[in-house]
Structure formats: structure tokens, C-alpha cells
Design a protein around this ligand. Structure first.
Ligand code: XMP
Length: 514
């Protein structure tokens, strides 16, 4: 087999949030890309035999002391280079152009005038909208470079030396607001660097399957299914690779969403014929949580019991599995915009498994972004409900039931939550909302239904938009949707007589109530 089945483009992270987005856009052009820290020596980058190197944007000015830089040997390595924003300024400065502090930066929408269509703008119009975010300005391209485009404030907004295959663009081709940005990026990848667009869903799967087979050989593998997207798709990939060498363990904590355990069985056992151990441990979790109201204690109890139950199930599996599948994703491994060093972020997944378990890890998604993971999940034939599931906390409904957890209260919350999700889906909003769910507080309120006074629980509706769960805003749901959810929850869920909508952003609130 070809040692390097895909062209690899390295995106050098020069210190902002841009590198991940650039890497994703390159992959959307079906070319495999990886982010590398700027501290990586150029020789090491070249050892990867990259088809091209992209220098990302960054928040710094090339004029400040300690501003990120790149060893100039890169420019003589014969590898095509594209500098974006700060990356373009570095190229301009390093090769003898001019980056000036004009005092007139450009931010946001800007009109780019193409002067020389060259390789990057071949089929593009003479004028186009681009997105800018810079303070210093490239006033002069280096000798031997042609200016390809300018804006009112930036004389050399795009420049290149076709013979050296080095290009720079001051604007951000990776952001959606740059109308033709993806075409500029593709022109660089295909026309300048000669990359082949071979990174497709099918090839991602083939590549992962080969890697898994090479790692696992004929050994046995175990995978914990949580009901979530990542573990499900990791399991499906490993199953495709090594078939019945894989055993999946699904620990039903009793804190899952309505129908979730059935869905996991239906998909993995009946559709994919995976060897599935379904541990029905709800009673043990309920007993352990008896009378516990402190949220952190709930988390700790569930986390520890989960590990114990999982280990017990693992011990029963014949052939002593040597490998454990984990659904780690690429952004969990790469920390973008970061410090100089290692760029590794430790990712602790509550409800997950501890590092000291006696397994070697198989992480088939570790090179993939979430959107790629979902795309291959669809390609593998997993149902939409799993592939597009919103994030769900490891401790499950336990952190959405404020106060004591009883079978009755779990039942109320599951039914209410199911209605919320059903109505949000019906309104076509499920994918664009980060999380939407029901919360059961520990108070009861008075109501009147028919001729009777009621004294029952309210349900809190929580729906937020977010990119990464670090910050979030409450979703502006249409009034008629709110009304439908409220009336269905009150009519269909016994024990509920009121619905309130949580309009707290994060911060100051958190997404979950506990
Ligand atoms: P908060 O509530 O802190 O949640 O704004 C941020 C994101 O993390 C999820 N979450 C958890 N996930 N174990 C998990 O695996 C947990 O204990 C946990 N607590 C919160 C939450 O659903 C949201 O997506």
C-alpha cells in the first residue's frame, strides 16, 4: 500500500482561532490537513512530506517583539506555501516586502479588486467581498512577487510568486463571509500545489478501517457505548474493521433519555449485528443515588459506579480484550490558538473511563472533526437519531433532576424531555440548536386543571445556541413552538402543571441546571 495515501497539507498555527477553521476548509476541499504548532521545526514539517503548508492568521503584529515567526528555510524548501492574514504578512516581511503600520486597519467586509487573476483568482470576478481582520498593512510585495489583488487600504492584499509557488492573502478565505474564499483555497490546493481531492467520506472510512486492522490484529476489542454520537460512530467503524472481534458494552444507568437504550439495542444488535452486552444497571444507580441532592456528589457517584459496572462487564467478555475504543476527536487533541508547546489538551470525559484501565486505546476518530464524524456516521448507515444527536452529559438526566432522584421523577423528566425534543425536531430546529431539553426542579406550584386545584412540578425548558459549550445563548424559539411544547407537556405528562422557559445565557448560567 502507498505509505501516504492522501496528500497532506500542514496548517501552521500562528496563534489564533483560525487554524482549525482553515484545516476544516481544506478537508472540505477533500484534501487531508493537519494543524501543527509553530514551534515545530521546519525540518520536521518537511519530514511529513506535505503537499503544501499554510501559515494561519494570528492576533499579533509582525512588529512586536516575540511575535510568532517561522524559520525562513521554509521558503526555499520547494513546498507550496500559502500565508493567510498574519501568515501573509510574515511572508511579505521575511522575503523583503513591506508591512507598514499605516494606522488604518481593515475589519470585516471589504471589497477586493483583482488585478492579476493568476492562479488564485482564475475564474473569479474582478471584484469580490472578502473578510478582513488586520491592523498592519502589506504595502509592498517582496521582489519577484506579483500583486494579484488590492483593497482600498491594502495595496498588496494578495500576492504570489508562481515560480516559487508561494502566495499570500491578507483576507480570510476560510470564513463564510468571504464570498469566494473556498474557491481561492481550492485554487491554491489544486492548481498551485497539485493536491488530489481524495479525502472523501469513503476514503476516510477505508483509511480508518486499515489503521484499526493494523493496530488490532486478531486481538479482541471492547467499546463502551454511551448513546452519544462519537462512541457510536467509533464503534461502527471498529466493527466494520474487525467484525466480531469487537464487543460493545452499553451501561444503562437509568438516567438516559426516553427510548435511548432501545435505540442503541436496535441499531447495534439488530441492524449491525454487533456483539452487544446491555448492562441494565438502573437499580444500582438509583440505589447509589438515594437521597443524594448535591450535584457534584451525583456526578462522582455516577462516574465511579459507571466504571465499576463497566469493569465487571469487561471481565465477563471471553478472550480478555486487549484494546478499548474511545471516541476522541481531533479538536480534543489539538489545542488551537495556543501556546508554543506541546498543544495537547487533556480531555476528561465524565461518565467516561479512567486512564489507568488495563487496555490499549483505539481512537479511530482522533484525526477527525465533528462534521466529518457525522458524515461518516451517515455513510456507515447509522440512523439519523444517533448521528445528529445533541450533546448529552455523561451523568445524564441525574443533573437535570434538581434534588432527589426517584423512578417517578425520572419518568416525568423523560416524558417531558421527549416532547421537547420531538417538537424541536418537528420545527426543524434540532440541528441548529446546540442543546434543547427539559429540567425538573425540586419545587411544586399551584395550578388549576378542570375544576381541580393542582399542586405539581413545573418543567423548565432549556434551549441554547452555542459553538463549543463554553459560552451559550438562549435560543429565540418561536412563540407558537413554546406554546405547543408547554401545552403538550402539561397535557401529556402527569405530575406537571406548569412550563417555564430559561432565558439565561452562559455565563452567568451554565447550560445544565446542575
Ligand atoms: P455546563 O452545564 O457546564 O455544560 O454549561 C457544558 C457542556 O457540558 C455538558 N456537561 C457534561 N458532560 N459530563 C459530561 O460528559 C458532565 O458531568 C457534564 N456536565 C455538563 C453539558 O451538557 C454541556 O454540553
Amino acid at each position: 500500500m502507498n505509505e501516504q495515501p492522501h496528500d497532506v497539507v500542514l496548517v501552521v498555527d500562528l496563534g489564533a482561532q483560525y487554524a482549525q477553521l482553515i484545516a476544516r476548509r481544506v478537508r472540505e476541499a477533500h484534501v487531508y490537513s493537519e494543524i501543527v504548532p509553530r514551534s515545530m521545526p521546519v525540518a520536521e514539517m518537511l519530514e511529513r512530506r506535505p503537499a503544501a503548508i499554510i501559515l494561519s492568521g494570528g492576533p499579533a503584529s509582525v512588529h512586536v517583539d516575540g511575535a510568532p515567526s517561522i524559520d525562513a528555510s521554509l521558503y526555499n524548501a520547494g513546498v507550496p506555501v500559502l500565508g493567510i492574514c498574519y501568515g501573509a504578512q510574515l511572508i511579505a516581511r521575511d522575503l523583503g516586502g513591506e508591512v507598514a503600520k499605516t494606522g488604518r486597519g481593515e475589519y470585516g467586509r471589504t471589497t477586493l479588486s483583482v488585478l492579476d487573476h493568476g492562479a488564485l483568482f482564475t475564474d473569479l470576478p474582478d471584484e469580490q467581498v472578502v473578510w478582513m481582520s488586520h491592523f498592519d498593512t502589506i504595502t509592498l510585495a517582496p521582489a519577484g512577487f506579483r500583486v494579484a489583488a488590492s483593497t482600498p487600504e491594502t495595496p498588496a492584499a494578495a500576492f504570489g510568486a508562481p515560480d516559487r509557488r508561494i502566495y499570500g492573502v491578507q483576507f480570510h478565505p476560510e470564513v463564510a463571509h468571504t464570498e469566494r474564499g473556498q474557491e481561492v483555497l481550492k485554487a491554491f490546493l489544486y492548481e498551485v500545489a497539485g493536491c488530489r481531492p481524495t479525502w472523501t467520506n469513503v476514503s476516510i472510512i477505508d483509511h480508518a478501517v486499515e489503521e484499526i486492522r493494523a493496530q488490532v490484529g486478531s486481538e479482541r476489542v471492547i467499546c463502551g457505548l454511551s448513546g452519544g454520537v462519537d462512541s457510536a460512530i467509533a464503534a461502527a467503524l471498529v466493527h466494520k474493521a474487525v467484525g466480531d472481534q469487537l464487543t460493545c458494552v452499553f451501561v444503562d444507568t437509568g438516567m438516559m433519555r426516553l427510548g435511548e437504550a432501545d435505540q442503541v439495542e436496535e441499531t447495534f444488535l439488530r441492524q449491525f449485528h454487533v456483539d452487544l452486552v446491555h448492562v441494565k444497571a438502573a437499580d444500582r444507580f438509583l440505589a447509589a443515588l438515594d437521597d443524594v441532592i448535591d450535584p457534584e456528589r451525583k456526578r462522582k457517584i455516577i462516574g465511579e459506579l459507571f466504571i465499576r459496572v463497566f469493569e465487571e462487564a469487561a471481565r465477563e467478555i471471553p478472550g480478555s480484550p486487549r484494546f478499548l475504543v474511545q471516541g476522541t476527536l481531533y479538536p480534543d487533541i489539538v489545542e488551537s490558538g495556543g501556546g508554543d508547546n506541546a498543544n495537547i489538551k487533556s480531555h476528561h470525559n465524565v461518565g467516561g473511563l479512567p486512564d489507568d484501565m488495563d487496555f490499549e486505546l483505539v481512537e479511530p476518530l482522533r484525526h477527525l472533526f465533528k462534521d466529518e464524524v457525522r458524515a461518516i456516521g451517515e455513510e456507515l448507515g447509522l440512523p439519523e437519531e444517533i448521528v445528529w444527536r445533541q450533546p448529552f452529559p455523561g451523568p445524564g438526566l441525574a443533573v437535570r433532576i434538581v434534588g432527589t432522584i426517584t423512578p417517578e421523577r425520572i419518568d416525568i423528566l423523560q416524558r417531558a424531555d421527549h416532547i421537547v425534543v420531538e417538537e424541536i425536531k418537528r420545527a426543524g430546529l434540532y440541528r441548529e440548536i446546540w442543546q434543547s431539553f427539559a429540567v425538573l426542579p425540586a419545587v411544586r406550584t399551584v395550578g388549576v386543571m378542570g375544576d381541580d386545584r393542582t399542586y405539581a412540578y413545573p418543567i423548565i425548558l432549556r434551549a441554547v445556541t452555542s459553538d463549543d459549550a463554553m459560552t451559550a445563548d438562549w435560543a429565540r424559539l418561536p412563540y407558537d413552538l413554546l406554546e405547543r411544547i408547554a401545552s403538550r407537556v402539561i397535557n401529556e405528562v402527569p405530575g406537571v402543571n406548569r412550563v417555564a422557559y430559561d432565558i439565561t445565557s452562559k455565563p452567568p448560567g451554565t447550560i445544565e441546571w446542575e
